[in-house]
Design a protein around this ligand. Structure first.
Ligand SMILES: *Cc1c(COP(=O)(O)O)cnc(C)c1O
Length: 454
């Protein structure tokens, strides 16, 4: 699709709609001179160049990529109206779109019933899930894995509940034996399972945790902010297929969070929280004197801790899902390409003399490190840092990221590397752009050159 054409169409269709309400005089207080604008815009676009090329396959670093053009056009078209999905009277069209996209997300996870909404982030989405968890299990704590996103510990502090970090296995997945020990104390009300850790994409054994839910009377919340859309590859044929069990088990959990602004092709400002039991809406009840006069239904503003929220975010996701729906044949193909890229790169690294795989990728995140002499954490750390810097500054740049591994985590995977420090940075590449699939050989060759002994 031609972005420039459709952006013009977005502006045109807005003008056409606006014209239907009759002419009015724009206020001179808002008038901006075109020459002044051109000057400011020139400086502005110059300043924007101080950025990394997230769009380009040579960028294989953090979880960053531009939104799909359909999302850009959808967002822009709706933003020209600027609806507020706080309440139905803030924009009926985008409120309806939000319900529809949330319904599609619920269907993707196999939720029969659901209550949910978009949020501005995974952080807020998780906060809402933990807030509801606290209301249902007052006085009991929340358990999450030591590799879970740091937001869980922080939000437990915000909510005034005790957070407990549960040890992980040698692949970064929650150790359920350790979890069960903790559950036996009766102090835990909610377990957070991560379906795709932010660091390395490790998937907690959600399916094995399901039986603990009944045995210990705990809530299960799944943080799939990063990994949620990988549900579309669960049980798929081909190399990119993922073991189905943990993903299917999400349907049996109490709540789930997914970030369309990570793997749903959206601009930032789009997370989502879903609850299996719509009854939890009662915890949000409040009485605003300002809004909620157009419907007897529960308004989106009544089931969200956030008040103002961009209707444009719902619009962008709706338009994207019309074209690339959250189905195996839609968005699943996008994720499949990144997954294949990660597998291909991992196998190249496994046969490399200068790079070593940190652990096999479960999703589309590859962790690896330079082979050093001596084989020791301090040397790995120094070399990883050098490769990160040098990769960005040389000709033919390549952009990777680093991840800090503790000495225990590192030596659990690579016992032959001497633990002469309390940890080491390793290299990490998130291959979330489908274009990465056809770039793996170059990326690998580039990294091998950077890692070669000097
Ligand atoms: C990104 C992420 C979060 C935080 O979400 P934001 O959208 O960055 O606020 C929480 N949990 C996991 C697993 C994530 O990957």
């Amino acid at each position: 699709m031609d972005l420039q054409h459709w952006l013009r169409e977005a502006a045109r269709s807005h003008e056409e709609w606006a014209a239907g309400f009759g002419p009015y005089e724009p206020h001179p207080a808002l008038a901006v001179d075109d020459t002044a604008f051109a000057e400011a815009f020139g400086e502005f676009t110059e300043r924007l160049k101080d950025n990394y090329p997230f769009f380009h396959p040579r960028y294989a670093g953090q979880m960053l990529k531009p939104p799909h053009p359909a999302a850009v056009v959808g967002y822009t078209a709706a933003m020209l109206i600027n609806p507020n999905n706080h309440a139905l009277d803030g924009g009926p069209a985008t409120a309806a779109m939000e319900r529809e996209v949330v319904g599609r997300l619920a269907a993707m996870f196999g939720y029969g019933t659901h209550l949910g909404h978009l949020t501005t982030s995974g952080t807020i989405a998780n906060l809402e899930a933990l807030f509801v968890a606290r209301e249902l299990h007052p006085g009991r704590g929340v358990a999450y894995s030591a590799e879970a996103h740091y937001t869980h510990g922080r939000m437990c502090g915000v909510l005034g509940v005790q957070g407990h970090a549960v040890p992980v296995d040698a692949r970064g997945r929650m150790d359920l034996t350790a979890l069960e020990e903790l559950l036996r104390t009766g102090r835990i009300g909610t377990v957070v399972l991560t379906a795709g850790t932010t660091g390395l994409g490790a998937v907690d054994p959600v399916h094995e945790a399901l039986e603990l839910r009944e045995r210990y009377g705990v809530r299960l919340h799944v943080d799939a902010a990063y990994g949620g859309f990988f549900t579309l590859l669960a049980g798929a044929d081909g190399a990119e297929g993922l073991p189905a069990a943990p993903w299917r088990a999400i349907a049996g959990c109490d709540s789930v969070v997914v970030d369309p602004h990570k793997h749903g092709l959206q601009p930032y400002g789009c997370g989502a929280v879903l609850f299996a039991d719509p009854e939890v809406g009662r915890f949000y009840l409040h009485d605003s004197p300002y809004t909620y006069f157009t419907s007897a239904e529960l308004h989106l503003g009544e089931i969200s801790l956030e008040c103002s929220r961009p209707g444009a975010a719902a619009a962008a996701l709706w338009l994207t899902f019309e074209l690339l729906p959250p189905t195996p044949d839609g968005l699943g193909r996008v994720l499949g390409a990144g997954r294949r890229a990660a597998l291909r790169w991992a196998s190249l690294i496994e046969s490399s003399a200068v790079l070593e795989l940190y652990q096999p990728p479960e999703l589309d995140i590859v962790g690896y490190f330079p082979v050093t002499e001596p084989a020791a954490l301090s040397a790995v750390d120094t070399a990883s840092e050098r490769i990160l810097r040098q990769g960005m500054t040389e000709d033919d740049p390549v952009y990777v990221s680093t991840l800090r591994a503790s000495a225990a985590a590192f030596t659990a995977r690579h016992p032959k590397v001497a633990a002469d420090a309390d940890g080491a940075r390793v290299l990490r590449s998130v291959l979330m752009k489908p274009e990465s699939e056809h770039r793996v050989a170059e990326l690998h060759a580039r990294l091998e050159r950077l890692a070669a002994p000097h």
